[in-house]
Each structure stands twice: as structure tokens, then as C-alpha cells.
Design a protein around this ligand. Sequence first.
Ligand code: ZN
Length: 379
Amino acid sequence: MINPYNLVRSVKLAARGPAQDHAHLSGRSGTLDCWLTTITPIFTPAAAARASGTATNLHFFRSANRPAIPGSSLKGMLRSLAEALANGCSPFDSRLHPRCHSLESLCLCCRLVGYLKGSNVHARHVSMSDVLVEAGYEMGSRVTLKELSSPKPERHTPFYDDATRSRGRKFYYHQSHVQHVGDIPAESRPTHRNVQIEPLLRGVFRFSVHYWNLGDVELGLLLHTLDLPPELFHKIGMAKPLGLGTVRITVSGWKENVINPADPAWRYRNLGQASFHVTLAGLQSAEALTAARALLQERIDAVKGAYARHYSQVLGAPVSHDLWTLPAPHLEDLKVMLSLVSYAREIRYAGYGWFQNPTNAQRTLPSIARVQSGERLPD
Ligand SMILES: [Zn+2]
């Protein structure tokens, strides 16, 4: 048996720096268009309608009468990944990742997506649209989920708490064998603690990310959170412990204004004229698609390289242009947690009875590396 989530190790906090001044036009501004394709069923809820005594009935969030993912969900997912990649602070102010406390000293994540504490506000440099589904999607029939919450952690302190305190950031394993409604763990005798959902089985969504006044390093981090290596995947929405939410994000278009540092007025004279614009949308021929894809990836990799070189220095490692080749514990852990692990069928929460066994009560959550090398919890 394997616990549905594990904890990505933390390394030292990345360098902090002062917030960039919004009044001063510098750096890069533009729009990234993306596709989000489901790999397993996904579900993001609209407001709940509860009938007392029975399972809570949840509907898929909708925008313009179509299933959609709220921009806030997308932003939350990308912020979590950015924090893990860059060792940013946590908005939950954990001991391991204390929140930034001054505008003069912000981590990269706060500089990118914003910072708020009392009257100290640093406006964000990134905004996300809602994520809207394209025609041709497929909804599944309603299913009553097995209970989602993990066993009450206070009852099993050593197992969950020690790991959370000392290791850091929570990520759920992907469970790519979950493909149909029948694969989703269902509850046959629901109580008020269960929820009933309508999963979206297959679909392609579209969204845009707008950014402004970013340096190459910040934009490089943003691109790393969107554009994962082909063998790694994002996870979004509800019921992650039950295998829902695995998606692939593809950057499908990029429109950008780059200011000429030698001529700050350049942008005013060229308003509305993108200096770079490539899109895969609407391209029909295979040749045109291949060419556009190569141009886009070349540009993406160049900016991601700027972040990789910066982060090589933060780690004190030899300079690398590819972040994922850097030797660091959190990157090693993320490479496992974001991949489609072969042991996903063994994933489930330990039940109440398991913790009642005195031997199990003394166990701690095995690390990502130990699970990867074959360690299992007894059933
Ligand atoms: Zn921060």
C-alpha cells in the first residue's frame, strides 16, 4: 500500500530581492496561450448544494454554459509548483517555508504572483483567465466518491506529522489507470461525509496567461511551471487522492512585446505591435504546425534556460541550461511525483483499522525515494 500523497523535500530558500516597481516599464510583457488536455478524468466544483443526511451533490464549475476550471484553481496549482521549484515561501506560513515579510525582500514566487500582508501590497505580474473547454468533451455519469479526507492526522501524529514538519510540500501521485467512471473509487453506502460529482472524462481546455514587467529569470520560472518535460504532468481540481486531475499543459501560442533597454520609449511608439507572435491554433498543414512548434519551443527553451542558469548559481552547482538536470533533492522528488509512476494501483489511504495496529501506529510516511525503491506499507 502507498499513501496517495508524499512530501517533496525542501532545500534552502532561493535568494530574495526587492519588488519590481510597476510604474517603471521594464522587461517583458505578453500573453501565453495554452491547451490543457485531460489524461485522467477531472473535476472542479461549482458551489455545493447539500441535502441533509445524504451525500453532497456537486456540479462541475461552468462558464458560458460549458464546463470550466476557475482561473483561481489554475493559479493555485501553478503557484504550488513554482514554490516547489524555486523554494518560494508558503502562503500558509509554515516553519519550513516562512512567508516573505517585507517588500524589500521577496521570494521569486511573491515577485511573480503577488504578495499581501497588512498594508504591504505588492501587485502581481501575472494573471490567468478561466480555463474553458472546447467542443467535443465527454462528461461521465455521476459517481459518489469514497471519502476524500485522509484519516484524521491528529490521531496518527507520527505517520503524517513528522513527515509534514520535516520534509515540506505535499504532492499527490498520478494514477493514470483511472480512465472511466468505473475506475473511480465509489461509495456504495454514502453518508453526509461523502460527495457526489459529475466527472469530465475527456476534453481539451484553453486558457491564457498574461504577464507584464518580468525579467528573464521570472518569466523562465513561469514557463517552467507551465511547460513540463514530456514525461511529467500537472494535477488539478478535486479528488486527487482518488486519481482524478491529471492533465497535460501545452503552450500553443505566444505574443510578446520586448522593450529595448537602450530606448525605453520604444514600447510607447510600438503599442499594439507584438515583436513576437506565434500560434499553433488554426494551422492546418503538418509542415506549418511542425515549423511553428519548433519556433515556439526554441523561444520557450531560451527563456527557461535563463532561469536554469540562475538557479544553478542559487544551488552552487555547475551551470546548466536545463533545470531538470540539476542535482537537487526537491527536483529529484518532483520528477517522481509529477510522473506516471508504475505503482499507482497500490495507492490508497490507510483506514482506521490499520492505525489501530500498534506496529503501524509507530510507522512514519516513507519518503518519495524509499517508495520509488520499493518500500511499501503493509496492507
Ligand atoms: Zn514569498
